[in-house]
Design a protein around this ligand. Structure first.
Ligand SMILES: [Zn+2]
Length: 451
């Protein structure tokens, strides 16, 4: 064997007819400026030629499946043995990728949470419950035996409206009573509620005394089924003694407030799926917010000389016509330092205003008409950032903004409901915040904690 790889006359890409001798059985590092041709030499010349020679050893039959590899533009390479290239793989720099998603570890966590996590109510933090019809019937029998109860089907929960059509349709289906905002009422034609108030409405499906006989059980089972049908898989049991109502649901449900969650699935925990992402930040965990200090970096200078950075120094354009009108309206001058102009004027400049007014000119003896129809610098920047048609505009607007943690999910990227599914008192977002060693330990210990 020769003791060197000798490359003669390589002209691949930018290489200018280079000769190089590389010692074998040594660790050799090729260094140089970016663009000087390191990869062209290592990958596109030496490795490519090694690959080509390897494939040449295959039969013609096998080669037809591999496709021909082009000979690199090099005069001669001696001393080459079979080659292996380990390339540096850069992943896309999408803000949606995390170590968890790239390694696919997060996919397993999502599956674990969809199958094994307990749901808690985001309103009361109580554990969510879920019952079968048979369990509901047993619970009613045990809890309310000998008592007079009503089976109710909730149809409206904390929503505004007069609901006249709803009541008409309930009556048409043969029900005569409803419970509205906690009061039992007999339905009458044209019955309606105050449309500007929020209401809770339940259909009274049945009123009965809870007994254990076969007939009574059958009646209870029928009423449960009817209530579930009208209540969208949820019902309430009202106890006439205590005047308290309790929720039962086929879905995951908060026992005290009645809010319910859909059955969890892996996408419930995905910040890249509309089912799981925080709607406020679209699953990014970050938002951009205009920073007024960047809009007005120095309030000692005037609007005319560029005190409001995004609009710059005075030009003859529409924006400065608006600035003039605002100055007329609030009686200041565009040459005043920003810190001395009225606060109301600054509010209009920053957040917009819409007004027509006239000003009598003393010197000319006439009245001038002005109109302010200005969106404001802050909404303009937000619009350019969110809907800017070019990336240059977007970048420009971003320059006046700060990246802040999303106020709704606090950077956890998921919908509120998803964050209230927990295993061993940890949400999936808690796990993704752990360092790898701590997460590994947690995962190793999880088997004993699951049923
Ligand atoms: Zn968010």
């Amino acid at each position: 064997m020769e003791d060197a790889i000798v490359v003669q006359g390589t002209r691949v890409h930018n290489l200018k007819d280079i000769d190089v001798t590389i010692p074998r059985n040594e660790l050799v590092v090729i260094t140089g400026l970016s663009g000087s041709g390191k990869s062209s030499l290592a990958f596109d010349t030496i490795y490519a030629e090694g690959q080509r020679r390897y494939i040449e050893t295959f039969s013609a039959y096998a080669r037809q499946f591999l496709g021909g590899l082009e000979r690199p533009d090099v005069d001669k390479i001696d001393g080459l043995s079979p080659v292996i290239a380990i390339e540096q793989k850069t992943t896309g720099k999408s803000p949606r990728s995390t170590v968890g998603t790239i390694t696919e570890v997060y996919d397993f966590l999502r599956l674990l949470f969809a199958r094994a996590a307990d749901a808690y109510s985001f309103q009361s933090n109580e554990k969510m419950v879920q019952y079968t019809d048979a369990e509901i019937q047993d619970t009613i029998l045990n809890t309310y035996l000998g008592k007079k109860i009503a089976i109710l089907a909730p149809v409206v929960q904390s929503r505004k409206g007069h609901y006249r059509e709803l009541f008409a349709s309930i009556a048409k289906q043969g029900f005569t009573r409803v419970r509205t905002d906690g009061e039992f009422v007999e339905l009458s034609p044209n019955f309606k509620l105050d449309r500007y108030k929020t209401h809770d409405i339940e259909i009274v499906i049945d009123r009965l005394a809870v007994k254990e006989s076969e007939n009574d059980s059958k009646r209870l089972a029928d009423s449960i089924e009817t209530a579930m049908y009208h209540g969208n898989d949820m019902l309430m049991v009202y106890d006439f003694d205590t005047e308290k109502a309790r929720f039962f649901s086929r879905k995951l449900m908060c026992p005290s407030t009645g809010i319910s969650y859909a059955e969890p699935e892996p996408n419930t925990f995905s910040f890249n799926s509309p089912k799981g992402m925080c709607p406020s930040c679209n699953g990014l965990g970050l938002k951009h917010e205009v920073n007024l200090k960047k809009v007005i970096p120095d309030d000692g200078i005037s609007i005319k000389s560029g005190g409001i950075a995004p609009i710059g120094a005075e030009k003859s354009n529409w924006t400065f016509k608006q600035m003039n009108s605002i100055a007329e309206r609030y009686r200041f001058s565009l040459t005043d330092a920003l810190k001395s102009i009225p606060k109301e004027a600054l509010d209009v400049i920053l957040y917009g205003g819409n007004e027509r007014f006239s000003v009598a000119s003393k010197t000319l003896g006439i009245t001038r008409e002005y109109s302010i129809d200005y969106d404001g610098v802050v909404p303009f920047l937000e619009h350019q950032y969110n809907e800017g048609h070019t990336s240059a505009l977007k970048r420009w607007a971003k320059g006046f903004m700060d990246e802040i943690s999303c106020p709704d999910c606090h950077g956890a990227r998921l919908r509120k409901e998803a964050l209230f599914f927990r295993i061993d008192d940890k949400s999936i977002a808690d796990l993704t915040q752990m360092d790898i060693a701590a997460l590994h330990k947690w995962v190793k210990g999880i088997r004993e904690k699951l049923s």
